[in-house]
Design a protein around this ligand. Structure first.
Ligand SMILES: [Zn+2]
Length: 101
């Protein structure tokens, strides 16, 4: 689940709020409400204008996140059964010494 971090490698887009501003990719904390719960997502990819400070969350990441928060996405996944692995170490069988002699 590291896909939130992918494709924003030092790119810029023109700001649509101010004519001269340029938006840089940053990671900020994303806030959203899930029912009555405030959900915060740290290190969320977003665009921040260096002139007016406008923030715009990365669209793909928002889509991904809403998929994650969607109850439909919370269906239980299949569990992979682990085969029991034999112990590779050989057991030391202790030989009782006979002290006859
Ligand atoms: Zn701006």
């Amino acid at each position: 689940m590291n896909e939130l971090h992918s494709p924003l490698a030092s790119r810029t887009i023109p700001c649509n709020e101010c004519p001269a501003g340029v938006m840089h990719s940053r990671h900020i904390t994303y806030f959203t409400w899930l029912g009555e719960e405030l959900v915060t997502v740290p290190n969320f990819p977003a665009w921040v204008c260096d002139m007016c400070g406008k923030r715009e969350y990365d669209e793909r990441a928002v889509t991904l996140l809403s998929m994650l928060l969607n109850p439909e996405a919370g269906k239980p996944t299949r569990r992979v059964k682990r085969a029991p692995q034999p112990d590779p170490r050989k057991r030391n069988i202790s030989h009782p010494r006979s002290t006859d002699g």
